[in-house]
Design a protein around this ligand. Structure first.
Ligand SMILES: Nc1ncnc2c1ncn2[C@@H]1O[C@H](COP(=O)(O)OP(=O)(O)OP(=O)(O)O)[C@@H](O)[C@H]1O
Length: 253
């Protein structure tokens, strides 16, 4: 498994006590599998992404990324593992206003300190990703010259620059119309399959769930069966993660 969350617990302060908002969560995403994480507001989806993306340490449990145990690593080692193995795409594309599309991608290599042949290799990768995500014509444009869907595609391309084994995506379609939302889900599934990335997509967008390989549903911090088992992904795995005998409650960073 490229992403393995085992027996995760997260608590938040609640008055004099701590509220347990994640309690024994188990979730595994295989290489090349695109999984939707859905559920009502406040059910804990963002907390799952924060823990999986090594942005929040859980109170208990294990996080394994690309075969490496992350839980007990020092902060610098976690940062390095994240930079090496995890791609993050947020609700807003979070592009830098002054940079062109190509420069947004090249910045990833520059921040890694690449020079010379390494930087040249990364530039070729950037050009390849721009072509793959149908952004070549946008390579010289700045964010304000791009549509919302194009901006999100740039954010995905940027996340792929490090060739991550895990891709975590938070509400990628909240600013998009239905047609563009569908295209964005199709793109995420395609890149998950082609780049063999374990891909976890937080979404409220029920219309697009069928495009994903598998759907994990949450309610009030627990994993629940998809309503009427109608939400079936395209993959052969079961539609819902539902570890027997142990509810899953999640919390936010
Ligand atoms: N920093 C925090 N301190 C205390 N409680 C928090 C904190 N962050 C989140 N929570 C609580 O944890 C629970 C889960 O929040 P989370 O943001 O993970 O849910 P979500 O499903 O992603 O919600 P949404 O769909 O609205 O983004 C919520 O009850 C929230 O109020």
């Amino acid at each position: 498994m490229s992403l393995l969350l085992s027996d995760l617990t997260v608590t938040f302060p609640d008055g004099a006590e701590r509220r347990r908002v994640l309690d024994g969560l188990d979730l595994a995403v295989a290489p090349g599998e695109a999984v939707a994480l859905t559920g009502p507001s406040g059910s804990g989806k963002s907390t799952v992404l924060a823990v999986a993306g090594l942005l929040r340490r859980p109170d208990g449990g294990r996080v394994r990324i690309a075969g490496q145990e992350a839980t007990d690593l020092s902060d610098p080692a976690r940062d390095a593992l994240r930079a090496r193995s995890v791609g993050l795409v947020f609700q807003q594309a979070r592009l830098l206003a002054a940079l062109t599309t190509r420069e947004q991608l090249e910045l990833v290599a520059r921040l890694r300190g690449e020079r010379g042949s390494g930087l040249a290799r990364s530039r070729r990768r950037a050009d390849g990703l721009l072509a793959e995500l149908d952004l070549t014509a946008e390579a010289g444009k700045r964010p304000h010259q791009l549509s919302g869907g194009q901006q999100q595609r740039v954010a995905v391309a940027r996340a792929l620059m490090a060739d991550p084994q895990v891709l975590l995506v938070d509400e990628p379609t909240s600013a998009l119309d239905p047609a563009r939302a569908g295209a964005m889900f199709e793109l995420l599934v395609r890149v998950a399959h082609e780049h063999r990335m374990a891909t976890l997509v937080v979404t409220h967008d029920e219309r697009s769930l069928g495009l994903l390989d598998r759907v994990v549903s949450m309610c009030e911090g627990r994993l629940v069966p998809a309503s009427g088992a109608t939400v079936q992904g395209r993959g052969s795995a079961s539609a819902v993660e539902h570890p027997p005998g142990r509810p899953d409650v999640l919390g936010h960073q």
